[in-house]
Ligand binder design. Structure first.
Ligand code: SF4
Length: 200
């Protein structure tokens, strides 16, 4: 495992990672130039983010039984100086094969876009759980509570962990060196971006 960075190294949240995936220049404008986003844009970028204040948790005991879950911890704050990531996961589940994994509730409807976004978050929680609990993490779950509840299982591959680690390295490379990253590959995102007037 990579050695922990110095104490002064900032830690980022899964939301910041998603913003970086949306456009790497968000990392530069927010973390290097300290220019905050407008909240309405934040909402747009993170339209699938967890809305804890409106969350409607359903009774998922049937799910836990089905997936051989033997225990859980609720609302767990996870932080890793080695990964340089911190965040709060809704549940850490423990399975009868000795592994563990995250369960996250989302007050949104399931669709492909939000699933991809939430998967990045879920992989980050999986990496945090793996490191902090020292247990293997093979799969996790996202429970969509709006528009008819749906539970999505995510089976993590080593490729998922590698790719996410690569995204983290890219973010910290920008933060520490202050280089101006490439634009998003989806230029349609620029039309209503709050940074469009300063982004060249
Ligand atoms: S204008 Fe486009 S490239 Fe620039 S920060 Fe916004 S989304 Fe990214």
């Amino acid at each position: 495992m990579e050695a922990a960075r110095p104490e002064s190294m900032p830690m980022i949240t899964p939301s910041e990672v998603i913003e970086h995936v949306y456009c790497p220049r968000f990392t530069y404008f927010m973390n290097c130039l300290n220019i905050p986003q407008h909240e309405e844009l934040r909402y747009k970028v993170l339209k699938g983010r967890t809305l804890h204040e409106h969350r409607e948790r359903e009774n998922t005991s049937y799910l836990r039984k089905k997936i051989h879950c033997t225990g859980r911890e609720i609302s767990v704050y996870l932080a890793s100086p080695a990964l340089r990531v911190r965040g709060k996961v809704d549940e850490v589940l423990f399975f009868d094969d000795g592994s563990a994994g995250p369960l996250d509730y989302k007050y949104s409807e399931y669709n492909d876009y939000t699933f991809k976004t939430h998967k990045v978050q879920s992989v980050l929680y999986a990496m945090l759980i793996r490191e902090i609990y020292r247990k293997p993490v093979h799969h996790g779950f996202i429970c969509y509570t709006r528009g008819g509840s749906k539970v999505s299982e995510i089976v993590y591959s080593e490729g998922d962990f590698r790719n996410t680690k690569g995204i983290l390295d890219e973010i910290f490379e920008i933060i520490t060196s202050g280089y101006y990253p490439k634009r998003t590959s989806s230029t349609s995102r620029c039309a209503d971006c709050c940074y469009k007037n300063i982004c060249v």
